[in-house]
Design a protein around this ligand. Structure first.
Ligand SMILES: [Zn+2]
Ligand SMILES: [Zn+2]
Length: 235
C-alpha cells in the first residue's frame, strides 16, 4: 500500500537531474558529484581534529570519542536527499547515503590507514520513538546501520531504545534547549550486548551532537569501552 503510494507521488526519478531510473532516486553521475568530507572535526567545538577525535576541551562533556561525518549538509543535493529520505519516507535513498559513508571511510583508510572494522565494533542506530517509527514505516538510522553492517560485515546491536516522547530535536532551535531535551530519553535494555564492546553509533544527521552524546553516555554506562559516531551529514 505504502509502496504503491510512493510510486505515484514519487516516481523513480533522479532527485537532482530528473532522469527516470529503476527503483532509485539518484543517478550514478549525480551521486558521484556529491561531496565527500576529507576532514573530520570534534563533536563538541567542531574544530578540525585528526580522525574526528573529541578534543581535550570537549572530552569531559562528550561521551562520544570520535565522530565521522561523511558529507556536507550545506550541499543542497545532499540536504535534499536526506530530507526526502527522512521526511518523505523514501527508504531507497538509504543506499546512496550509506555509500557516502563508505566513500568517506575509504578515504580515511587510504590516507590515514584508519580501519572502521578494527576491534570488531558493534553498530548501533540512534533509536526513534516507536510511534514515529511506525508512522514513518522505518527508522532511517536503522536502515543506514544495516547497510553499513552488511558492507563491513559487522553486527548491529539491539537494545538501545527511546523511552518517552519528548520534543523532536529538529523542532528546537537553540543549543542549551537541545542539550537538556535529550537527557533521560534513552534506555539500554540489555547492557550485556554492549559490555566490553567498541560501538559505532549511526545516525543520518548530527547537529549539536546532543543526541549522539546522550546515546554514547548510556552505552558507556552499560559498559561499552569506546563509542564512535557516524553521521551522513552535519546540519
Ligand atoms: Zn541525476
Ligand atoms: Zn572540541
Amino acid at each position: 500500500m505504502l509502496n504503491w503510494l510512493i510510486d505515484i507521488i514519487f516516481p523513480y526519478r533522479c532527485i537532482v537531474c530528473g532522469k527516470y531510473l529503476n527503483k532509485e532516486y539518484l543517478c550514478q553521475s549525480c551521486f558521484n558529484a556529491l561531496p565527500v568530507k576529507k576532514q573530520n572535526e570534534c563533536i563538541g567545538c567542531q574544530r578540525p581534529t585528526p580522525l574526528g577525535k573529541t578534543c581535550v576541551f570537549c572530552r569531559e562533556a562528550y561521551a562520544v570519542d570520535q565522530l565521522f561525518v561523511a558529507s556536507d549538509f550545506k550541499d543542497r543535493n545532499v540536504a535534499s536527499a536526506i530530507k526526502l529520505f527522512k521526511y518523505r519516507f523514501l527508504p531507497n535513498l538509504a543506499q546512496p547515503l550509506s555509500q557516502l559513508a563508505f566513500k568517506h571511510l575509504d578515504h580515511l583508510a587510504k590516507r590515514d590507514y584508519f580501519s572502521i572494522v578494527r576491534g570488531n565494533p558493534l553498530l548501533v542506530p540512534v533509536p526513534l520513538f516507536k510511534t514515529r517509527e511506525y508512522w514513518r514505516g522505518f527508522n532511517q538510522a536503522e536502515l543506514l546501520a544495516q547497510l553499513i553492517a552488511r558492507h563491513y560485515r559487522l553486527d548491529v546491536g539491539e537494545g538501545l531504545i527511546r523511552s518517552v516522547h519528548g520534543t523532536p530535536q529538529a523542532d528546537l532551535k537553540d543549543r542549551p534547549e537541545r542539550l537538556s531535551n535529550v537527557q533521560g530519553l534513552y534506555i539500554c535494555l540489555n547492557p550485556e550486548t554492549f559490555r566490553g564492546r567498541a560501538i559505532i553509533l549511526v545516525d543520518d544527521v548530527c547537529t549539536t551532537g546532543a543526541t549522539l552524546n546522550e546515546c554514547a553516555r548510556i552505552l558507556k554506562n552499560a559498559g561499552a569501552v569506546s563509542v564512535m559516531a557516524l553521521a551522513i551529514a552535519r546540519g
